[in-house]
Write a protein that binds this ligand. Structure first.
Ligand SMILES: [Zn+2]
Ligand SMILES: [Zn+2]
Ligand SMILES: [Zn+2]
Length: 277
């Protein structure tokens, strides 16, 4: 299974849209991996995780053919994770010869009501008919094509029940932990009882080298969470640990963060980074 990071920033991007702080200006100066767009990832070439406003930009930069996408997992409806306005252009005169006729959006109740009530209702019927909206209950492994997807309960200070996901295919397992602080015990219990060994974990690291734990994580929190998952027996010495979803308020540009995270055995994501497990 391949995971490609399309965007690796928190909600405002880095440099942030309207920000003139030192860390945004340093990122503008240095460019390269320190330029981070809004959070999105792709699994193989047929599944997206989240659908921010930067989706079109991600398709251009990575030369993606989004007509191949069959499934999209939505973690929650904050605007850096779910702004599917461009779905209106998925059909009739706006898009021809779709490789996957249908695209299925998978997520919580908030995502389903927003997609159905706000977006699908305002689209041409021929376009809306090819967009499926599916509510995935917590802790229920469900088959979507070749993938088995399980939603866990994120700790994210929002009115909706935000999700993090276990994604399985071909005997490989990823845990995608965005946006969340430390997980509630029910999640650890579920994972322990599932017998899963995780091959790759992508951690929220909004606070970069700082700490939070309640709503988001920083590197010291990720280290603590990794230890707990190790005690739970669901990660092995071979598990790949990646930090992602960074806020400019955390201050540290890519190269310095990468060096610091490597000391603790974490990889640091950047836009366009690809990992195969
Ligand atoms: Zn976010
Ligand atoms: Zn800034
Ligand atoms: Zn969020």
């Amino acid at each position: 299974m391949k995971l490609k990071y399309l965007g690796t920033a928190a909600a405002e991007g880095w440099p942030a849209v309207f920000c003139n702080c030192d860390y945004c200006n340093k990122a503008r100066e240095r460019g390269g991996k320190s330029i981070r767009t809004r959070s999105q990832a792709m699994v193989n070439d047929d599944m997206l995780i989240d659908f921010p406003a930067d989706t079109y930009h991600h398709a251009l930069v990575n030369n993606l053919n989004l007509s191949k996408i069959k499934h999209t997992l939505i973690t929650h409806t904050h605007s850096d994770h779910f702004i599917p306005v461009d779905l209106a252009f998925r059909g009739i005169c706006f898009a021809h010869n779709l490789i996957s006729e249908k695209i299925t959006f998978i997520g919580n109740e908030a995502m389903n009501s927003l997609l159905k009530e706000q977006y699908l209702k305002s689209m041409y019927k021929e376009v809306a008919d090819k967009i499926e909206s599916v509510y995935l209950p917590l802790f229920k492994p469900t088959q979507f094509g070749d993938y088995t997807i399980t939603a866990l309960h994120a700790n994210h200070k929002t009115d909706e029940i935000a999700y993090v996901y276990v994604i399985q295919k071909d005997n490989k397992t990823m845990l995608y932990l965005h946006d969340t602080g430390f997980l509630a015990p029910e999640n650890h219990e579920y994972l322990k009882n599932s017998g899963i060994i995780i091959d790759l974990i992508s951690y929220d690291c909004t606070f970069v080298l700082g700490r939070d734990g309640n709503g988001h994580l920083g590197l010291p929190d990720c280290i603590e969470l990794r230890e707990q998952l190790f005690v739970d027996g669901i990660v092995s010495k071979k598990t790949v640990h990646v930090i992602n979803h960074f806020s400019h308020n955390g201050g540290t540009l890519h190269e310095e963060l990468e060096a610091e995270a490597a000391k603790s055995g974490f990889l640091t994501s950047y836009d366009c980074m690809e990992i195969e497990i």
